[in-house]
Design a protein around this ligand. Structure first.
Ligand code: MN
Length: 246
């Protein structure tokens, strides 16, 4: 794996056009241009798309400009890695082989320059999230996927637009944020006890780099209104606000 290693998550590229979406994409593409100049590796740590469900012969057209941009990066030698999130788990060969160099359907780990990384999208991690873990099993099951794939794509995407609208998700209240942070720290500490130095996760949109005992936990932000990225330069993992502190 080539350095530097970048991590972004929860971009939630939308199926529907809007001025906010356009601004977000332009900001993302400026970031991708920047990554293109440094080369290295870029991890999309889940929920890159607000909804992505690929068919054997079809891909969603709303993301055409992103595909184009990502393809340019790959051609320029950037190693693109995709961790499937709860909004974009349903990828087939277009995403896995044409666009990304690696796709992960579960948590992944790697070691580089003596540092051990634990990477996860993070959905279903919270101890009280029982209902969600059951739902996760269902919507990732081959039978559910087979049923959904049997729907006409227009119908399938109509349902998905209703279910996965992230723009309506309010920011978490401070009290819940604190509870989530404490729980994630606990999870991270147990990984650090096993010898990991860094844990990177998405999903919770906290946009924070947290010291948790022997290691550091990056809970990435989203790209709705606080674009940020984490980067490992070979020495340490840092978190940056894109176009704010760069
Ligand atoms: Mn998520």
């Amino acid at each position: 794996m080539e350095l530097p290693i970048y991590f972004i998550s929860d971009v939630h590229l939308m199926l529907t056009e809007s001025s906010e979406e356009d601004a977000k994409r332009q900001s993302l593409y400026r970031f991708l241009n920047f990554v293109r100049t440094t080369r290295g590796t870029l991890f999309f740590v889940g929920d890159l798309f607000d909804f992505y469900f690929e068919y054997p012969d079809m891909i969603p057209k709303s993301y055409f400009d992103f595909y184009n941009k990502a393809f340019q990066l790959r051609k320029a030698g950037v190693d693109l890695r995709f961790i499937a999130g709860n909004h974009d788990y349903w990828v087939l060969d277009f995403m896995k082989e044409k666009l990304m160099s690696h796709t992960y359907f579960d948590d992944t780990t790697f070691s580089i320059r003596g540092k051990n990384f634990y990477i996860t999208h993070g959905d279903g991690l919270l101890s009280w999230d029982y209902g969600y873990r059951i739902l996760k099993k269902i919507i990732r099951s081959p039978f559910f996927i087979w049923c959904f794939r049997s729907l006409h794509p227009t119908t399938a995407y109509k349902i998905a637009r209703k279910v996965s609208r992230t723009e309506n998700h309010p920011e978490l209240p401070t009290e819940i944020k604190n509870k989530v942070r404490t729980e994630l720290k606990k999870q991270a500490s147990s990984h650090f006890e096993k010898g990991f130095d860094y844990m990177v996760c998405g999903h919770y949109h906290l946009n924070e780099l947290i010291d948790a005992g022997k290691g550091k936990l990056a809970v990435l932000g989203d790209w709705q209104d606080q674009p940020s990225y984490a980067v490992f330069d070979g020495k340490e993992l840092t978190l940056h606000q894109w176009e704010n502190d760069d």
